[in-house]
Write a protein that binds this ligand. Structure first.
Ligand SMILES: Cc1ncc(COP(=O)(O)O)c(C=O)c1O
Length: 417
């Protein structure tokens, strides 16, 4: 008997036990890498992660506590508790075209919703187009399934003296969306740039994807965090224009709108034809979201509008404050974010944002996220989460200003020249 037969490759005695290649190739989050550099220090001002600055409102916590006290600690249906699906259906239908309960799947977080969607749609070798810069998970998750990811970058457009905005060129995107493309992944309002996809552009992209049978995976977790208007609004959504049977999956989460990052609760809206299979996938991933967490979700959706209004009002003040302060600093181009909770600014000559962010932690006690974490389109930029008090933001800006003034930037490894 040959050695090959005795020891199939995966059992070779001298081989290193390891994960699949596509898993080994996943990028490690460089935001984590920066944060790890600050471990053990309590003098850091952290603006690196995307979290609201306040704990979950009391009425949401109380709903979970009441549910636990009532003994609701058992498994729940795969696609979610009927009460939460009904509440989400009412909520979504009040903002968009009607969304039936049958098209809603409750998930254990937004990131889990993205993973389930990928498991449902992608086979190895599929081509997936992602608009970047974007939160790294949107690019890495399709790769776990063996999909080939192609990035279409947003560009910075100069509108008038000193004012610039992120912009998605429609022709560039449509050119990438060829009939062999399986899916388009898009996040608007966008993390990190705050870019909001305009409704007319959504209509063009939807028509194009319909024509070629391309799925749209739309991450709308920041849909309610929108600036420069009334605080209770919703960003343009593909749910405003799509038909029930369109190849559209919309991802959402309780994390940002209702300050529930630690609860791990999200949802998917998909065509009816996908729901049975999504239910099976949920069974084999987590089986269901906890019942008492879903009760908290019902409270958030039904009674959370005041919270949202206050949050958006506070974030708008923080955005305006930080925007004004950063614009005073030399060599910084700060586009005005229309939504989400980040300022994503470009620095003249910056070529290694990771090195700069590590230096900021080490030398200034300031925690920011490197633009390169959001794809090649983000290099040269830094992300600053402004979901924070004005006092803390001011302290952060002072540290940033002092850091920049102290170093000869041309000699700093992070900058060219
Ligand atoms: C664009 C985007 N999508 C999804 C998520 C995931 O949210 P959740 O906390 O529900 O997993 C995040 C979190 O930062 C995000 O920024």
């Amino acid at each position: 008997m040959s050695a090959q037969k005795d020891h199939p490759p995966f059992l070779m005695a001298d081989s290193t036990p390891m994960a699949r290649e596509s898993v080994r190739d996943l990028r490690f989050s460089s935001i984590r890498e920066v944060a790890n550099a600050g471990i053990g220090r309590n003098d850091i001002l952290p603006f690196w992660f995307g979290e609201p600055d306040r704990p979950t409102p009391d009425f949401i916590c109380a709903a979970a506590q009441a549910s636990m006290a009532a003994g609701e600690t058992f498994y729940t249906p795969n696609l979610g508790e009927p009460a939460l699906r009904a509440a989400l259906s009412r909520y979504l239908s009040s903002w968009h075209r009607p969304v039936a309960e049958s098209r809603i799947a409750v998930t254990s977080s937004g990131v889990s919703a993205l993973m389930l969607t990928a498991q449902a749609l992608y086979t190895p070798g599929d081509r997936v187009v992602v608009v970047t810069p974007v939160w790294p998970n949107l690019v890495e998750i399709p790769k776990i399934l063996g999909a080939r990811v192609e990035e279409v970058p947003l560009t910075l457009r100069h509108e008038k003296a000193g004012i610039s905005r992120w912009h998605l060129d429609t022709d560039t995107l449509l050119a990438a969306l060829t009939p062999d493309c399986r899916a388009l992944v898009i996040n608007s309002p966008n993390n990190p740039s705050g870019w909001v996809m305009p409704a007319p552009q959504q209509a063009i992209v939807l028509a194009h994807c319909r024509k070629h049978g391309i799925w749209i995976v739309s991450d709308e977790v920041y849909g309610r965090i929108l600036f420069d208007g009334l605080p209770n609004r919703c960003a343009p959504s593909f749910l405003d224009i799509a038909d029930e049977q369109d190849r559209l999956v919309v991802i959402n989460s309780f994390s940002k709108s209702w300050m529930m990052t630690g609860w791990r609760l999200g949802w998917i809206v998909a065509p009816d034809a996908l729901m049975h299979d999504l239910g099976k996938l949920i069974e084999y991933n987590s089986s269901c979201a906890p019942g008492f967490i879903q009760k908290a979700g019902v409270a958030a959706v039904n009674q959370g509008e005041n919270v949202l209004r206050d949050t958006v009002t506070r974030f708008q003040a923080s955005r305006d404050f930080l925007y004004g302060k950063l614009r005073e600093l030399p060599g910084i181009e700060t586009p005005l974010p229309e939504g989400a909770m980040y300022l994503f600014f470009r620095m003249d000559g910056l070529k290694d944002s990771l090195a700069l962010c590590k230096a900021l932690v080490a030398e200034a006690g300031l925690g920011l996220a490197p633009g390169s974490a959001f794809g090649p389109a983000g290099e040269g930029c830094i992300r600053w989460c402004f979901a924070s008090s004005l006092d803390k933001l001011e302290l952060g800006v002072n540290r940033f200003r002092t850091f920049l003034a102290a170093g000869d930037r041309n000699h700093n490894r992070a900058f060219s020249g």
